[in-house]
Design a protein around this ligand. Structure first.
Ligand SMILES: Cc1cc2nc3c(=O)[nH]c(=O)nc-3n(C[C@H](O)[C@H](O)[C@H](O)COP(=O)(O)O)c2cc1C
Length: 235
């Protein structure tokens, strides 16, 4: 098969041609974790008239940030884009993917590469709750400053991307449990995004997530067999 070079835009346009499963995602009757995990799927068509209240977006984020993170440094930062004209601005930066403008909000999950600077604030909470002495806190902060403060860019990014990915998944599952749908997106120009939305220099984009009320189901879920992706004990 000859491989032709195609553009990102063509790739995202082709997604629109893939057949989806039925008209709407399956109605979820319970909030059982296994149901939510099974039924979450990337939704690319949203009801443009349905607006999720800011309070509900906050509730989703409150649950998302219960996710684990390296040394509990919680490097995730969120830019919630709810303004329609800003979504229009984002559209061409994100390969004109419809879900950018049709979903209720777009949440940019960002990673703060200087998140370790908040260690005193985070660990003081642990001291105040009586779980840690001042001495242990100071030891931790010293270790954290030495380790995270000296990471090279690649390793700092690695931490941010891992923790950002985990929080993103928790966000998407929470949204599903509340009856909403999402699609994670890496298909955008991070340089233009940072520039256009005045993202602080030490924040790096992890992904964008459209969040809204589904207007059409996602694709049928197809996965490689577990045996093909799992090795037990050693390679
Ligand atoms: C990091 C990441 C980036 C993605 N980028 C895009 C994207 O830009 N546009 C899109 O339509 N889907 C995107 N997806 C969604 C995947 O295509 C989708 O998760 C995959 O096909 C599996 O389908 P499911 O989410 O419905 O289970 C992305 C997913 C991840 C995890």
């Amino acid at each position: 098969m000859t491989q032709e070079r195609t553009s990102n835009q063509e790739y995202f346009d082709k997604i629109k041609e893939i057949k989806t499963e039925g008209n709407l995602p399956k109605e979820i009757e319970d909030q059982n974790f296994f149901t939510i995990a099974k039924e979450r799927s990337s939704i690319r068509h949203y009801d443009p008239n349905f607006k999720i209240e800011r309070k509900e977006v906050q509730e989703i984020l409150e649950t998302a940030i219960l996710a684990p993170s390296s040394s509990n440094l919680q490097p995730w930062r969120f830019l919630v884009i709810e303004d329609q004209s800003l979504k229009e601005t984002l559209l061409p930066i994100a390969n004109n993917q419809n879900q950018i403008v049709d979903a209720s909000v777009v949440i940019a999950v960002l990673a703060d590469l200087e998140a370790y600077k908040k260690a005193p604030e985070i660990y003081q909470q642990v001291v105040d709750s009586g779980s840690m002495t001042e001495e242990i806190k100071d030891f931790y902060i010293n270790q954290i400053n030495q380790h995270y403060g000296n990471l090279d860019e690649m390793n700092a990014m690695r931490v941010g991307m891992i923790d950002g990915g985990i929080v993103a998944q928790q966000l998407m599952l929470t949204a599903k449990a509340k009856g909403y749908d999402t699609v994670p997106m890496g298909g955008f120009d991070p340089v233009k995004f940072v520039d256009t939305f005045n993202v602080p220099k030490h924040f790096t984009p992890v992904m964008l997530i459209s969040l809204g009320k589904a207007a059409h189901a996602g694709f049928p879920k197809k996965r490689l067999p577990l045996d093909e992706v799992t090795t037990w004990n050693t390679f």
